[in-house]
Design a protein around this ligand. Sequence first.
Ligand SMILES: [Zn+2]
Length: 195
Amino acid sequence: MARESIPKGLKEKVLDEYDHRCAVCGGDRPHLHHIDENATNNTQENLLPLCPNCHLRDQHNPTRKVDIPKLQLFRKFKDPGILKPQFHPIYVRQTFLDDVEVNTETVDTLEKHATELIEFIASLEMGEFYSKRLKELIARPNRAFVFSLGGGHDPEFERQMNRSRQDYRQQLADNNQYAKELLIELLRYQAWANS
Ligand SMILES: [Zn+2]
């Protein structure tokens, strides 16, 4: 199949967005890379300017290409720290925030992922501040209001539990983008992200 060319106007738009420089190293004369590797998907957010020297090897695992979702995160936030190997432990701990409305993970599993992410962030520079903010966004609220009368099947208890699960999933869906913004914001305080 012939490679479809990128419409000229769109090409200029993306290059202008990056000041005609490589998104990774700032080198000049970049070409446009399709992030999802579909050469017919010509949308602004699927195009990334790269120079011939930047082949998007994953710095975490140089024999592999960078994950497409990681590249999408980089396209969105443009922070080169995202491609550093030290970001990988953050990256893997935040993937659960994607598609929370539709994924098949149980709410208990989502809660576990959220706790792990919050704890990991606490160990970083400025971690106390950011883990606290993250907690407000993605931690499951206290469920002390739910009481069981005990003694077998209790429909009211079941109803409240289901409601609490739905609410938490919705909370994650509502806040996942803010949470990601915080994760990128804290990169500026990490020495490895700025070297
Ligand atoms: Zn480059």
